[in-house]
Design a protein. Structure first.
Length: 309
């Protein structure tokens, strides 16, 4: 799975989007999974070195040099969190601070790390967690102990930092699958179709201008100061009726299977039906529980009948 796109050379957007049907079934399953679930971040664990690797993994001209992605600063922050929490990764003499840009180390093309970022909006690191390429079974507990705190601290940094929230339509109050961008960073994250929730990883300790947008709505932006804790930020977008009617074209450039508003409303109807069923079942449970308690009390205090022997 290391070469998600089968090693095809990069074309536009660095990674080729060659014909989907030529992929292996396992590769297609991962690609669909990443697109459907909208993961915030991921990591690929490797052996053979001790370093946290981040995008890009290759350059446009296939040369070996530093080649940062739009979220280069965020990726370096994530990699540093992992390296500095590790037993000895940050002490590396080969890699400064225990982190490296993939293209600067050695370029590869068609990798899952770059593909996830481009097509899934998922921030993936390639973590080389042991100098031994094929460690023995007895060595695994030691490797786990050396990497345990790094994994936990990386997860904590993703949850406790960044900007998170939901996007709503002002006229209906319903969540919408809009996009969120940070001024000065040429990348965006998608809000989910069901709940309109988004999660944007950015480096703490700085000021940002955050903008939410969606087809058929007027974009909205606001400024935030991100300290060490995460910021909760909801957006309420006004419909754009410049053409006399609101456009509801829920198209997704990342392959989201919501090509029209009808499918979105069908899924929303399913959600309301699910909530209704849960409420009915809960009500029935409470009713029967109450009846059962009443019978139990009646039996408890009713006089005993004499038994003939």
């Amino acid at each position: 799975m290391d070469l998600l796109l089968d090693g095809v050379a990069m074309q536009t957007k660095l990674i080729s989007t060659e014909i989907f049907l030529t992929k292996q079934p396992e590769t297609r399953a991962i690609m669909n999974w990443v697109k459907q679930e909208h993961f915030m971040a991921s990591a690929s664990l490797h052996g053979g070195a001790l370093v946290a690797n981040y995008p890009w993994d290759g350059t446009r001209d296939t040369s070996k040099r530093y080649y940062g992605c739009p979220d280069d600063k965020t990726f370096r922050h994530m990699a540093s969190v992992y390296s500095q929490s590790h037993y000895n990764m940050s002490l590396s003499k080969e890699f400064e601070g225990g982190i490296t840009n993939g293209a600067f180390w050695y370029p590869i093309y068609g990798g899952m790390q770059d593909w996830n970022y481009i097509h899934g909006g998922c921030f993936e690191l390639t973590l080389e967690i042991s100098d031994t390429k094929w460690p023995k079974a007895v060595e695994l507990p030691i490797i786990w102990e050396h990497n345990r705190m790094s994994m936990l601290n990386l997860l904590a940094s993703l949850i406790k930092s960044g900007v998170h929230g939901r996007i709503f339509a002002a006229d209906t109050g319903r969540p919408i699958p809009g996009s969120v961008m940070i001024k000065g960073i040429d990348s965006k994250v998608r809000a989910s179709r069901a709940f309109g929730d988004y999660h944007r990883i950015i480096v703490p300790g700085e000021k940002y201008e955050v903008m939410a947008s969606m087809e058929g709505f007027r974009p909205k932006s606001t400024h935030i100061v991100l300290e060490q804790e995460a910021v909760s930020l909801d957006f309420i977008l006004e419909p754009d009726r410049a053409d006399g009617q609101m456009k509801l074209l829920y198209n997704d450039d990342n392959g989201c299977p919501c090509g029209n508003s009808k499918m979105f409303h069908v899924q929303e109807a399913h959600l309301w039906l699910y909530l209704l069923v849960v409420c009915v079942l809960l009500t029935l449970y409470l009713v029967f529980k109450r009846k059962g308690a009443s019978k139990l009390l009646t039996y408890k205090y009713s006089p005993r009948r004499p038994v003939a022997v």
